[in-house]
Write a protein that binds this ligand. Structure first.
Ligand code: ATP
Ligand code: MG
Length: 437
């Protein structure tokens, strides 16, 4: 990457007839923002995931705008605009639930930690002027070439400083600049590499992939709350299985789920891997059918091998002391929370799903009925079936419960679980807070 000064690279300008980014695919609000900036005399570009996804014929999640107008100048143009962030301020233009993020071109800061504007000032003396830059600098500080394309509303061309168009065509994910340097600046980029490759079906360029295994331990420095956000994006986007396999291959999974990673490695029969893969498969299916999913069930599955690994023989067996199980649950969860900050609203149901598992080890009708009326029954039962699919449960036990729930499901009154399933269709949040239906 050349950093010899502003405007040292000639961009490739891809004219309108040579790309497929079309205004008809851009949200009306984003267009309004782009045009109002342009009409006020500023440069205005659609950038990032929006241009990437439209270029691939996909529907973008959201639309981000980049401009040479300062945040105050942006604010002056829109009534419905809020400035967020401190060191680097971003403008959020609000229209009901839709937010268009407008970012002023950002300079290459040597200590840039890729924090998107929320960083607390350490010395209070950082001059804001230093953080804004040229479009070229803005392009070079982005992560992947395919994320650094600018759709120019002035002439509908795409401005390409990094060879992103060629990489899009080749299906190649390539970091801008020296990969080792870029990972050191922000280790989360290693996770983003795996995520985008899985999402788009792209190959990670060999040079971009090479440093990952040896630099993966830098993820230990990332705040657990940020890792939680990343883990959600990794596993809740509909390509969880590929993502999981790729994370394992690149030596990244152990920095997200350390105890699980060890348990998977130590498991001779591969049942733990099957178990995790099945859980991800069913989440992927739900996501791709646009049904609501909750992270609780999936996280419960991702950590289950770590719990089992602490039990004698690595199994849940009928004769096991419940306290031992409770202890294994607490220890595994505490270990996990040091790495990835799972919010309580997910951790609580996870605990319940786990704690209910030993109670399935019964064929007593009365005990089964009691368990059946537990508010978390449905999720816990789905979890039992998942264990069954991976060969972690006596198949006869799983069959018994299948028969029991089928016959009980016909009997009134409806359980809370059944009521939930019948409830009106929720509007499709990609991540629901409630229990998995
Ligand atoms: P998605 O569809 O997942 O939202 P996206 O490309 O829009 O993909 P965001 O995380 O929303 O990803 O980020 C928007 C843009 O900001 C990216 O396209 C990229 O140009 C830039 N960016 C985001 N995170 C980083 C980072 N860690 N380092 C450098 N640039 C980044
Ligand atoms: Mg985005």
């Amino acid at each position: 990457m050349s950093q010899s000064g502003p405007s040292s690279i000639e961009p490739t300008i891809v004219p309108r007839d040579q790309h497929i980014v079309s205004r008809s695919q851009i949200s009306e609000r984003a267009l309004t923002v782009l045009y109002r900036l342009k009409n006020a005399g500023y440069g205005a570009y659609l950038v990032g995931g929006g241009v990437r996804d439209l270029s691939l014929g996909r529907e973008p999640k959201d639309f981000d705008v980049a401009t040479d107008a300062t945040p105050d100048e942006v604010k002056a143009l829109f009534r419905n605009c809020r400035l967020i962030g401190r060191r680097f301020r971003l403008a959020h233009v609000h229209w009901g639930p839709e937010i268009i993020e407008v970012a002023t071109f950002r300079a290459l800061a040597p200590s840039d930690d890729a924090d998107e504007g929320e960083r607390v000032l350490e010395d209070g003396m950082i001059l804001r002027d230093n953080v804004y830059g040229t479009i070229e600098e803005d392009a070079l500080r982005r992560d992947f070439t395919i994320n650094a394309l600018y759709y120019n509303i002035a002439d509908f061309s795409v401005v390409d400083y990094t060879g992103g168009m060629a990489d899009l065509k080749a299906g190649r994910l390539r970091l801008i600049g020296d990969p080792a340097v870029r990972y050191r600046e922000d280790p989360v980029r290693m996770l983003r590499a795996v995520r985008f490759a899985a999402k788009l079906g792209f190959v990670i360029d060999p040079e971009t992939a090479l440093p990952i295994p040896r630099m993966a331990d830098a993820l230990d420095e990332i705040p657990p709350a940020r890792l939680f956000d990343e883990v959600l994006k990794l596993f809740m986007a509909g390509q969880g299985v590929e993502t999981f396999e790729s994370l394992r291959q690149h030596g990244l999974f152990r920095y997200l789920f350390p105890a699980t990673d060890t348990a998977l490695d130590d498991d001779e029969h591969g049942q733990f891997v099957t178990f995790v893969a099945r859980a991800l498969e069913s989440t992927d299916r739900r996501v791709n059918e646009e049904r609501p999913v909750t992270p609780a069930f999936l996280f419960a599955a991702l950590i289950w091998p770590a719990i089992l690994a602490q039990l004698p023989k690595g199994r849940l067996s009928p004769d096991l002391d419940r306290e031992l199980v409770e202890q294994a649950i607490t220890e595994a969860l505490e270990r996990q929370l040091r790495q990835v900050a799972i919010p309580k609203r997910f951790a609580m149901p996870m605990r319940e799903i786990w704690a209910l598992q030993p109670r399935f080890d019964t064929r007593s009708e009365s005990r089964a009925k009691r368990l059946f009326s537990h508010p978390r029954f449905r999720a816990a039962y789905d979890f039992l079936l998942l264990r069954g699919e991976a060969g972690l449960v006596d198949p006869e036990l799983a069959d018994w419960w299948r028969a029991f729930t089928t016959s009980s499901a016909d009997a009134p009154p409806p359980t809370p679980a059944r009521r939930r399933r019948r409830g009106g269709r929720r509007r499709k949040p990609p991540v629901a807070d409630g229990p998995e239906g």
